[in-house]
Design a binder for this molecule. Structure first.
Ligand code: ZN
Length: 348
């Protein structure tokens, strides 16, 4: 059985519309979820700005959305983790469980991986910005009935930050620089603080995100476009930060993060950008380790658990909640870097 449900559809660059799509009843091992909240991610914004890949463009529109919270409305046979009425956060990552990487405990790199709202490896996966969706039982992670959907919808972005912190190695007791204070950088401040960073310094090109960084736990902030004295101070002794998390994805900010990192330190790159140059000479001369951090693995369930326990306060991050039928305005607001705000869509 199938029915129609409203969804946000991206047809091409700057071409976003609300339309109707088919939604299927849950099959064996599957769960149907009534979506209540969806956070707009950096990847959603890139899709909106750049449109679909050439292969996909001719075939179908893509539903964005990977930061999804909702309520279970139906379950297929064999499902016992959740019941109708349960509140869940939906893990946007689906893996096969049997490929080389899954069996080695690296399911993030599953050869058959699918991620909501993306067309990785030319395999389009419809996302969660729709009134109802069907996913596997393992993707529907119970949040407990006391966790509001606006909080639960942060699970994927917090999981990404937890994964990056894990990729940083030992963070407890370290001085950390966060490059870029968009939603990803701000989430990383929360995760770094939770993991025991000794000192967190956050940098951005504009001032408003820096105020938010202070509210979320940064010890100090630097406007890297104007505060030259603070910049020089962080560059002294060949760099004063033990670890840097680069979330801005620009060549200028990447070079700056490298200059702030001490010899033998580590930079965790979280912002995929084909246009970003990495100053290899400086990296080699300072023997800095550069590691990538992409999405998350089992950190999703960890993130749900921490959010449900209120171990971190994500409330200051939520800048606006807007009806999904106003998706275009919501995407425009979320894409305003000077606002650095997380915008959620309301699907009720
Ligand atoms: Zn796999």
């Amino acid at each position: 059985m199938s029915a129609l449900t409203s969804a946000i559809l991206i047809h091409g660059a700057d071409d976003l519309r609300v339309g109707e799509v088919e939604t299927l009843d849950p099959g064996p091992g599957e769960v149907s979820v009534r979506v209540t909240r969806g956070g707009i991610s950096t990847a959603d914004l890139a899709l909106y700005k750049n449109g679909l890949s050439k292969d996909l463009r001719q075939k179908q529109a893509l539903i964005p959305g990977s930061e999804i919270a909702g309520t279970v409305i139906a379950i297929g046979s064999g499902v016992n983790r959740v019941q109708p009425g349960d509140r869940v956060a939906v893990n946007p990552l689906q893996t096969c469980g049997y490929c080389l990487h899954c069996r080695a405990g690296r399911s993030l790199h599953c050869s058959e991986r699918r991620f909501f709202g993306s067309n990785e490896r030319s395999l389009p996966t419809q996302g969660g910005f729709r009134q109802t969706l069907t996913c596997t039982e393992s993707q529907a992670v119970p949040t407990g009935q006391d966790t509001p959907a606006d909080r639960a919808a942060f699970a994927a972005s917090f999981a990404q930050a937890l994964h990056a912190v894990r990729r940083s190695g030992t963070i407890a007791g370290q001085r950390v620089y966060i490059s870029g204070c968009g939603p990803v950088g701000l989430m990383t401040i929360l995760a770094a603080r939770h993991a025991g960073a000794r000192e967190i310094i956050a940098g951005d090109l504009t001032s408003k995100p820096l105020q938010l960084a202070l509210r979320l736990g940064a010890d100090s902030v630097i406007n890297v476009s104007t505060e030259t004295d603070a910049l020089k101070s962080l560059q002294s002794n060949q760099g004063m930060a033990d670890l840097a998390f680069e979330t801005a994805g620009t060549s200028v900010e990447t070079a700056m993060a490298l200059s702030f990192t001490r010899p033998g330190g580590r930079i965790i790159h979280m912002a995929p950008s084909g246009e970003t140059a990495l100053p290899l000479d400086l990296m080699i001369a300072k023997e800095i380790e550069c590691v990538g951090a992409f999405h998350f693995d089992d950190e999703f369930e960890w993130a749900v658990d921490l959010l449900a326990k209120r171990a971190v306060d994500v409330a200051p991050l939520l800048g606006a909640a807007m009806p999904f039928r106003n998706a275009r305005a919501a995407f425009d607001l979320a894409g305003d870097r000077a606002e650095a705000t997380k915008v959620q869509l309301v699907f009720e």
